[in-house]
Design a protein around this ligand. Structure first.
Ligand SMILES: Nc1ncnc2c1ncn2[C@@H]1O[C@H](COP(=O)(O)OP(=O)(O)OP(=O)(O)O)[C@@H](O)[C@H]1O
Ligand SMILES: [Mg+2]
Length: 368
């Protein structure tokens, strides 16, 4: 799929801009703080109806304005869609698809698929588990609205259970009440664990091929889903295992006022040649693994949805060495690409000759 046109109004530092894009390569060039990432953010909004930088919608409205809008025309394999997102300072956002207002804003999911790759993603292997959980969540939310719903329910239940634990006396509390929280938590927790386990298995298969190619067959990557409830041999559908684990950790949970076990503590073990590289890998190995994961993410979307996602590369090319840059670009032949940069490098000139250059200066597009 690709985005044909974009119109943004009062969005970040853009007053009113209309742009049409190349079906393949778009290079967004400009000095620092001119609006390159802002433009990518506007494009990204069409996939989740949310930003990849902030959880607060009104941050994206131009300072001192009441509302902002993003309109986009997207070409998919067999259809074309018009998307409109209106953000307000004082009310919930309104999303329209082909002119029809959505009842639930989450209905925007499964229309546009976008993958962002920024220097932050290069640290996904080295950083803490939260980054890897976010990666899983972002991916699954994009293609499985039900997962989005289950994650929302689980997170809410977790907050409620934790609030309950904080406010009661450990010696005399309502056991039935806790039992209700536990059962609900287990129900939604299992749904997340099941989806994540399938996802990581698929991602493992895809990334192992990509990783082998990047390392010229020298290294093997393995992704293993790590959760603190089920062992490898356990049946993930078994509620009793989960409930018993919650029981076992109840004293600890009371003392800390939070829940020690569950998918909110999940992680992905990333092994290269059988060694866990989260802590022990070289920086080069960690970056190669991150690159393999990102490329696997694109392939995964293609396999699951039959559509090629749009890829946003925010400042990432300059962070990669020549060999990895080349591998990345060569892997992205049939995809719409947006690359931000402060200057057109020799690499871009040589490897991406057919492109559209979008020059940005202080929230306006300069004619070239
Ligand atoms: N809500 C807003 N209203 C107006 N301007 C905003 C708003 N939010 C951010 N900005 C402005 O947008 C600019 C930053 O834009 P952006 O992050 O897109 O820069 P960039 O071109 O990607 O820069 P870099 O090369 O440093 O990454 C800043 O000058 C900031 O003040
Ligand atoms: Mg930027």
């Amino acid at each position: 799929m690709y985005i044909k046109n974009l119109n943004i109004n009062n969005f970040r530092n853009y007053r009113n801009v209309d742009i049409s894009f190349n079906e393949k390569v778009n290079i967004i060039i400009g000095n620092n703080a001119q609006g390159k990432t802002n433009l990518l953010e506007a494009i990204y909004m069409t996939s989740l109806g949310k930003s990849f930088r902030t959880a607060r919608d009104n941050e994206m409205i131009m300072f001192d304005n009441e509302k902002a809008s993003i309109k986009a025309e997207i070409k998919k394999k067999n259809t074309e869609i018009n998307l409109e997102i209106n953000l307000f300072q004082k009310q919930k956002k309104i999303i329209k698809i082909n002119g029809i207002k959505l009842n639930k804003n989450t209905d925007i999911l499964e229309n546009v698929y976008i993958v962002v790759f920024s220097p932050e993603d290069l640290k996904i292997v080295k950083d803490g588990p939260e980054k890897r959980r976010n990666f899983i969540n972002r991916e699954l939310c994009q293609i499985k609205p039900l997962y989005y719903h289950n994650l929302f329910k689980y997170s809410k239940l977790l907050l409620q259970r934790n609030a309950f634990l904080k406010n009661i006396n450990i010696e005399k509390y309502d056991k039935n009440m806790l039992d209700i929280w536990n059962r609900e938590l287990v129900e939604y927790g299992i749904k997340l664990i099941k989806e994540r386990s399938i996802f990581i298995k698929k991602l493992n298969a895809i990334s192992s091929i990509i990783h082998k190619n990047i390392t010229n067959g020298k290294e093997d990557i393995e992704l293993i889903y790590e959760n603190n409830i089920y062992k490898k041999t356990d049946e993930i559908t078994d509620k009793n295992i989960y409930l018993n684990k919650l029981e076992e950790s109840i004293r600890k949970d009371f003392i800390r006022g939070n829940t020690d076990i569950g998918p909110h503590k999940d992680d992905i073990i990333i092994k290269v040649n059988n060694k866990d590289i989260r802590n022990y890998g070289s920086q080069g190995q960690q970056r190669t693994a991150a690159l393999a994961l990102k490329l696997a993410e694109i392939k995964f979307i293609e396999e699951e949805t039959g559509e090629t996602p749009i890829l946003l590369l925010d400042d990432v090319l300059s962070e990669l060495d020549a060999e990895r840059q080349k591998f990345l670009i060569n892997s992205l032949k049939d995809i719409q690409l947006f690359i931000t940069t402060t200057d057109i490098s020799n690499f871009i000139e040589k490897n991406l000759p057919e492109n559209k250059i979008i020059k940005i200066c202080n929230g306006t597009i300069e004619k070239i």
